[in-house]
Design a protein around this ligand. Structure first.
Ligand code: SAM
Length: 210
């Protein structure tokens, strides 16, 4: 699939299906790490921000949101959603590997439901980019489908990729000393009397301090 096909697919999704409310893991991850008095001015980067449900939550809590997405429809939607909060939000069209965000400039990173959308060629470059833009010591979170997720089995209209445990361990392991902590967890939610399991990799990490 060409980059143009990916953009068209995600433009259509962002126009029709983008969720409205912030993801519970974005809320938990950020509010547990930053007390209310620490939030103002803290820059949180969301690669693959979609139409900005998490960016709006960040702005409301006093963080400075920075968003990037390959979909122009997503970026337009996110900018409109942030308009009541920020006169000129830092939201732009960019891919995971080259986000055009200054090195060492972000206090945290959240990337939710994007690596599965983008596919395996993006995993290593996305980790490298995250470790470039985060400040030393800053935390990050990636959430994305595993190979056991019902969305990647059978009918898969969005072409999501499900990552194995080995894929994930190898890619984050390659970051080596650039990480000072790494937790490879799962976030599993079942539906319809457990007939469907949304089985995601929940990766939290910190950029090494020095
Ligand atoms: C399922 S949506 C998730 C959006 C947002 N993170 C959220 O939680 O609402 C996946 C997003 O990833 C974007 N995307 C897909 N491939 C991408 C890539 N290579 N670089 C940046 N964004 C990408 C899509 O345009 C889409 O907005």
């Amino acid at each position: 699939m060409s980059p143009d096909d990916d953009t068209a697919r995600w433009d259509a999704w962002n126009a029709a299906s983008a969720p409205q409310y912030p993801h519970e893991k974005a809320i938990q991850f950020l509010l547990r790490r930053f007390a209310p008095a620490e939030r103002a001015g803290k820059v949180v980067f969301e690669p693959g921000c979609g139409t900005g449900r998490n960016l709006e939550f960040l702005a409301r809590e006093g963080f400075v949101p920075v968003g990037r997405d390959i979909s122009p429809v997503a970026v337009e939607g996110a900018r409109a959603r942030l308009a009541p909060w920020l006169a000129d939000p830092d939201v732009a069209v960019a891919g995971l590997a080259e986000p055009a965000v200054a090195p060492d400039s972000c206090d945290a990173l959240i990337c939710i439901g994007v690596l599965d959308a983008a596919g395996p060629a993006h995993l290593g470059p996305a980790i490298d980019a995250a470790l470039r833009v985060l400040r030393p010591g800053a935390p990050g979170l990636f959430l994305f489908a595993s190979d056991a997720d019902f969305r990647v089995r059978g009918n898969n209209p969005l072409g999501l990729h499900g990552y194995t445990e080995a894929d994930v361990a190898a890619a984050f392991g390659a970051a080596g000393a650039r990480l000072d902590r790494l937790c490879l967890d799962r976030y599993i939610t079942t539906y319809d009397n457990r007939s469907h399991a949304q089985n995601e990799h929940l990766i939290t990490f910190g950029k090494a301090a020095g």
